[in-house]
Design a protein around this ligand. Structure first.
Ligand code: SF4
Length: 252
């Protein structure tokens, strides 16, 4: 039944609306209303709507969205997935963020169920080389989904200009897999706008960004990019894979 038809049905004879349906409708309305809103307005709306049941995820490439949350949604939990395959620079960035923003945001480190050594023993050595989708499912998707269980909504720093796959990223989305509202407050930002924000606000960046990397993930699956390559061309290069699976746009 369409929404228009549903509005004609007397309330008392409607099917009960589940929490997931309620959240999905909320996401759809907010996506329309906030499409052109500045990032800080989107973040303040999310903080007002979800309170402590809102989390931000970060890959620790830069602290732009963390800085925005510290200013406009202080106290938010920032979930960092420690896959066991991070560059030392990324772990250092995580620690620098935690120290710099102490008291304003809470860095929560999440780890997969198995260590890399345990995974090697169970699934074979270097699963990232033989089955990267399986490796991401175990080391990224499953631990993130478990970590998001206490929250109603989560946010990320996804941007439309990062790749073709991300070019339709809504400012507010519906995360069907987790049944949560997904917020992408800088979805419409360009790289130039990100760089200007970093400069103006003296925001922390991962030192790998100054060493030829444009997007930072696990070290076995990330390489430097050359002039003319896209932001995410250094991720899973040559495999045809472009996403780990945690950021699938669901188009509510
Ligand atoms: S990015 Fe590579 S190493 Fe990291 S979880 Fe995915 S496949 Fe494994």
């Amino acid at each position: 039944m369409t929404a228009e038809l549903l509005s004609l049905v007397p309330f008392e004879v409607r099917e009960p609306v589940s929490l997931a349906e309620h959240r999905q409708a909320l996401a759809r309305r907010a996506a329309w209303r906030l499409e052109d809103a500045p990032a800080e307005v989107v973040i303040r709306w999310a903080a007002r709507t979800f309170g402590a049941r809102l989390a931000l995820t970060s890959s620790m490439s830069d602290a732009v969205v963390i800085d925005l949350f510290a200013k406009h949604a202080p106290g938010t939990d920032v979930v960092f997935l420690d896959t066991g395959y991070h560059f030392p620079e990324t772990i250092g960035m995580r620690d620098a963020v935690a120290a710099t923003y102490r008291g304003r945001i809470n860095v929560v480190t999440v780890q997969p169920e198995q260590t890399v050594a345990q995974q090697d023993a169970t699934h074979g050595r270097d699963l990232f080389a033989t089955n990267p989708d399986g490796c991401c499912a175990l080391r990224k998707v499953a631990p993130l989904d478990a970590a998001l269980a206490p929250y109603d909504a989560w946010a990320s720093g996804l941007r439309r200009d990062e790749s073709f796959a991300r070019s339709i990223t809504p400012v507010v989305d519906w995360d069907k897999r987790n049944g949560k509202v997904k917020i992408n407050p800088i979805a419409r930002w360009t790289q130039d706008k990100v760089d200007a924000y970093i400069e103006k606000n003296n925001v922390l960046v991962n030192t790998l960004l100054m060493d030829g990397y444009a997007s930072i993930g696990c070290f076995p699956c990330t390489r430097r990019v050359s002039d003319g390559e896209g932001t995410r061309d250094g991720r899973w290069a040559g495999t045809g894979k472009s996403e780990c699976g945690i950021h699938l746009v669901s188009s509510s």
